[in-house]
Design a protein around this ligand. Structure first.
Ligand code: ATP
Ligand code: MG
Length: 585
């Protein structure tokens, strides 16, 4: 049950001072709280005995006030330490969770769902963190504080009466054990369901345009209704057990009172106890209510925290699919890229997505990759990012196998414009600066010119400071592509990868961008995949893919001469472009 605390051991060690002070003062406050009832009991006994004077009565009252002020002050300090600790551990855990996610590669995100990850990073981490604050409080109150009250009752008043009054306590312990186990199970289910719901919200919001366009609002509402109902039912199941905690404890406390009072009166009658003792004893019994509740709360919090921690750890324990080699080889400049007999398949795929690829690209060359949709163009380019576990064969850079090169090094060479544009909900400037930190406006404008985005920039309301909206919704498809291009150009990478990155721009703009790339990238390696052959006509080498294999390769002229897929495709596109040109003029 306390596995959560054990798991947070590192944190308690790190924050030793905070917890020693906090818990110590918590106990001091508890002990101090024992004084007022005892003082009151003594005062009553003096009144009953008739020995009371104004002076003694004033002394009692003053003492009680001093004790209460003392308690007020130290309660502030322990609350501050314990609950501050809870916030701190939440922050630390969340930072750790996030940096873990940033180390993960695509296969991990293909397996997990964003909404569920978000639920873990928020809800679950909070319930883990609560064990370090409220959990520690209830732990102390239900153990140390309860013991202090017992000791006070049995030494200051009567051990016989105390023993009789705590007869119901074992029943509380038993009931809590049973409830605790059920809470753990049901809470896990409830949190899982919450993760599902999160995911559903995320997907609906992201896909709202498609949902509208296909008039699926009602359907989506029903689906969401079903899932919220599921979350509701599962939380209700938790609440049903939760609801047992309080009545069970009240019942036991009530029994304690009944026993304490009956047996207490009996003892008073037999002169083994004074009336003042009985009053103090009853006040102590009253003080025991909270620590007994604390037992229940403790179980509840620890079980929830434990269930959540399991969920969080499930994510934290995933090893990155691609890790750096223990002894990476330092490569200064990527002189060449060589695929030799590379065969690759995605972890979820049942067929090879690349087969027997043999290819060498030297520094300064431009490679064109074409082929019909789904033929493996993107897959081939992504090999250079080393996001997936490698297949068979060898992919090497400057003669060094790619798995021997540190990922940081590798990624520092590569400028990658993915097929799906990913922009952040920031300004155009910030999106481009992503490629080169703190780039000056001059440099940014240069990259924008290369990406042929300069004319569009003038039409944007705030120029470089225009907010592009979430995922760039405020830009057109072609504008998004060119902002992504500028982001890649600005770093002037050794290896530039354009994955169908010109698909959304018109032919004339494409020609302009290609010319700029040719001018600026002499001496550096460029890889371009495309459906429009005009974009790679100038390439030093062109490969045609079909079902993950290279079926044709050569220069533009050689491929035309071969008269295969490339030639057929080229002729068709020539005719099309003449037709569209004709329409325009
Ligand atoms: P397009 O011209 O449409 O961009 P492409 O040539 O880039 O196509 P790829 O994206 O490389 O094609 O896909 C090649 C094959 O690999 C496809 O059959 C596709 O279904 C499969 N595939 C792509 N990505 C994954 C993935 N993450 N997991 C499993 N299979 C994948
Ligand atoms: Mg592709």
């Amino acid at each position: 049950m306390f596995s959560v605390l054990k798991n947070l051991g590192w944190f308690f060690r790190q924050e030793k001072r905070r917890y020693i002070i906090g818990l110590f003062l918590l106990i001091v406050a508890g002990v101090a709280e024992l004084a007022p009832p005892r003082l009151l009991g003594s005062a009553i006994d003096e009144i009953v005995a008739g020995t009371v004077t104004w002076a003694s009565l004033t002394r009692y009252i003053l003492l009680i006030i001093v004790v209460l002020m003392f308690i007020y002050y130290i309660t502030y300090i322990w609350m501050h330490s314990l609950f501050g600790g809870s916030n701190l551990v939440e922050r630390l855990l969340r930072t750790r969770f996030m940096s873990h996610l940033l180390r993960m590669t695509p296969p991990f995100f293909e397996r997990s769902r964003t909404g569920d990850l978000m639920a873990r990073a928020t809800n679950d981490l909070r319930s883990v963190a609560q064990t370090a604050g409220f959990g520690m409080l209830t732990l102390t109150d239900s153990t140390a504080y309860l013991s202090v009250i017992f000791i006070a009752m049995s030494t200051l008043i009567s051990w016989k009466l105390t023993l009789a009054a705590i007869i119901p306590l074992p029943f509380i312990a038993l009931a809590m054990k049973i409830y605790g186990k059920i809470i753990h199970e049901r809470y896990t289910l409830a949190q899982d369901a919450f993760g599902d719901m999160n995911d559903q919200v995320l997907e609906s919001v992201a896909g709202i345009r498609v949902i509208r366009a296909y008039v699926q609002e009602r359907h989506d509402e029903r689906r969401f209704g079903a899932i919220t109902d599921d979350v509701y039912q599962k939380n209700l199941a938790v609440a049903r057990v939760d609801a047992y905690f309080e009545p069970t404890i009240r019942l036991c406390v009530g029994m304690s009172y009944a026993i304490g009072l009956t047996y207490g009166i009996y003892l008073v009658f037999h002169n083994e106890l004074t009336l003042g003792d009985l009053v103090s004893f009853n006040m102590y019994l009253g003080m025991m209510i909270w620590p007994m509740f604390a037992i229940g709360e403790l179980i509840n919090i620890m079980q929830r925290g434990g269930a959540s921690l399991d969920r969080v750890n499930e994510t934290l324990n995933v090893k990155p699919d691609v890790a750096d080699d223990a002894h990476p080889v330092a490569v200064a400049i990527p002189e060449s890229i060589t695929f030799s007999d590379v065969t690759f398949r995605y972890p979820t795929s049942t067929i090879n997505n690349l087969e027997h690829i043999d290819l060498t690209i030297h520094r300064g060359q431009t490679l064109g990759i074409v082929g019909r949709t789904g033929s493996g163009k993107s897959t081939l380019l992504k090999q250079l990012l080393h996001e997936y576990p490698l297949g068979s064969g060898e992919l090497s850079i400057s003669g060094v196998p790619i798995q021997k090169i540190s990922l940081e090094r590798l990624h520092s060479w590569v400028g990658y414009v993915p097929q799906e544009q990913i922009l952040f909900s920031k300004t155009v400037r910030q999106n481009i600066q992503f490629g080169l930190k703190d780039a000056s406006d001059e440099v940014i404008l240069e990259a924008i010119r290369t990406a042929a985005f300069d004319q569009d920039l003038g039409t944007l309301s705030d120029g470089l400071d225009t907010l592009v909206g979430e995922k760039g919704v405020a830009l057109s498809g072609g504008q998004k592509q060119r902002v992504s291009l500028a982001r890649a150009f600005i770093a002037d990478p050794d290896i530039l990868i354009l994955d169908d990155a010109l698909s959304a721009v018109d032919a004339r703009t494409e020609a302009r961008i290609i010319q700029n790339i040719r001018d600026q990238r002499s001496g550096k390696t460029t890889l371009i995949s495309t459906h429009r052959l005009s974009a790679i006509e100038h390439a030093d080498w062109i490969i045609v893919l079909e079902q993950g294999r290279i079926i044709e390769q050569g220069t533009h002229e050689a491929l035309l001469a071969q008269g295969g897929w490339y030639r057929e495709q080229y002729e068709r596109q020539q005719v099309e472009s003449h037709l569209t040109d004709g329409e325009v003029s």
